[in-house]
Design a binder for this molecule. Structure first.
Ligand SMILES: [Fe+2]
Length: 311
């Protein structure tokens, strides 16, 4: 990153109305992440090699007849650049998790980005920020789901179509949000193909970022090209309060059989400090990487589909 770039804003086309729209509506903005030099193929290759094993997620899907099963992979002896080449010709996705914890220059960038947002939005204060890099194959898909914290997706390379659905009980009932928060489900949610008619779609191109309302369901489909994207997560006090309320309602509904719990995110419904501290720990644990014990495949840039099975 040179000093000239350091003095420039990361978001290119911020306008006054975005302060009101951020977190409430899907908004697409132009960004300058590519100019930092931290996301070239070579930089990402090095990042893959630096990534602690526990933070490198590699997944694919295997088909047995009509049944598809999520399978997990490992880097093996592949270099970072070989891994990217393998993903480019295969059907996989790689999640380089929590980059800010073990790569200081990315932590600096993450702080710079949120400092910029905070300076532009009055009262917007974030914590527990997270940055990950996602390298995914042509035509890879992320199924319909919702997330528990503020989200943004920053496109570096390739194009992906993002479907953002209305945040309403029709598309994501409160009890499903509670299930996500209580970790009773994987985040894949009941989905009907007619939902797409009501989605706002974005073909996210290099240099564009997208953010959407809290809990808004979404799905992602890569175009027919390798995709490199950066995912960021953040918490704010209102997001945290909403989490505590929804989580509390979920627990109450299960223990007392309450049907009409309030989802107000302020006032007496917000949990007292002690309970919140307990929930806090849980949230911290939830956003850490999953520890996968068995590996089904290994990266192989020579193989036609970029991987070999581990027997
Ligand atoms: Fe998501």
């Amino acid at each position: 990153m040179n000093s000239m770039n350091m003095s420039r804003d990361i978001i290119v086309d911020w306008q006054a109305q975005h302060e009101h729209l951020f977190g409430q509506h899907a908004i697409r903005l132009q960004h300058r992440l590519i100019e930092t030099g931290l996301f070239t193929r070579e930089s990402i290759g090095r990042l893959i090699e630096r990534c602690p094993k526990s933070h490198l997620g590699l997944e694919s899907v295997s088909f047995e007849g009509d049944v598809h099963k999520r399978i997990y992979g490992e880097l093996g002896g592949a270099s970072g650049l070989e891994a990217i080449a393998a993903i480019e010709k295969g059907s996989m996705w790689m999640n380089i998790r929590r980059v800010m914890e073990w790569a200081p220059e990315y932590n600096d960038l993450l702080n710079r980005i949120f400092t910029e947002f905070e300076s532009r939005m009055d009262g917007f204060k974030t914590f527990k920020r997270n940055m990950g890099v996602l390298v995914s194959s042509p035509n890879a898909k992320v199924p319909y789901h919702a997330d528990i914290q503020g989200q943004s997706l920053w496109q570096i390379s390739g194009v992906k179509r993002v479907f953002v659905y209305p945040r309403s009980d029709i598309f994501m009932p409160s009890k499903n949000i509670e299930k996500i928060l209580l970790r009773e489900t994987t985040e894949d949610m009941p989905y009907r193909s007619w939902f797409d008619e009501y989605a706002t779609t974005f073909d996210l191109k290099p240099g564009e970022m997208l953010t959407w309302p809290l809990y808004a369901p979404h799905k992602v489909e890569n175009h027919d090209c390798l995709n490199i994207s950066v995912t960021m997560e953040h918490w704010t006090k209102p997001i945290w309060n909403s989490y505590a309320v929804q989580y509390g309602n979920g627990v109450l509904r299960r223990t007392l059989g309450l049907k009409n719990s309030s989802t107000r995110d302020h006032g007496i419904h917000v949990y007292p400090k002690a309970a919140a501290a307990f929930l806090w720990k849980k949230a911290g644990r939830q956003i850490e990487g999953d520890v996968v014990k068995t590996r089904d495949f290994r990266i192989s840039s020579e193989s036609a589909n970029g991987r070999v099975a581990i027997s």
